[in-house]
Design a protein around this ligand. Sequence first.
Ligand SMILES: [Zn+2]
Length: 229
Amino acid sequence: MSELTTRISAVRPADRVASARALWRTNSAVKGMLREALATMAPGVQRCMYCGDSLGADIDHFDPLSRTPLRTFDWPNHLLACSVCNSHHKRNLFPLDERGKPLLIDPTVEDPFDHLMLSLSVGEYRALTPKGIATVTVFGLNRPLLVRGRQQARRVVVASLRNWAAARAAANDVDMDEAILTIREQPFADVGHAMLRQSSVPRAEVVFGRDQDVLPILRDPDLRSRLIP
Ligand SMILES: [Zn+2]
């Protein structure tokens, strides 16, 4: 990839976008290796790094190729994304703040939960910062299918947590492993992470409502070490 970057930097600046596009289009072996490496890092079943739902099959350039052609083959600039997030929502959008700094959350270096809060009761993201606002808007993170998917994920995680606690009480290691696997492999890994975090906030009982029986389970060090290795 560094050789390809060198080739792009060798052409005059005005021609670099065209050069980067041509090299990206024609180097399918590099793209195949990238896709494979990214898939091993995706939670669950090769999920989209933006919405966490649909199968991530596209390689998205976080900083668009049209803006910074020299980052076309820069490893940290590649993220696995679904075609809905990549082609219908983000496209070439890359908003900047008044100082010229990126306004989208970069999930390779930032914790999205510093900028976003997931409302577990409704499955929607609330922005905490300007970056949060831009990220929700650009990626369409509150589109109806994602909201429904997160509501379902919450039900799956709650049921699995109860199964895990019951299996532990019965000293059934197989069922305990099954419950952990269900939580780890389901889409919307963000829902499980938000539940782990929000279980220790003040007034967590209000946040969890009628599912507050899972709070002691979520605070259990054994469970937490299994879900956050
Ligand atoms: Zn997506």
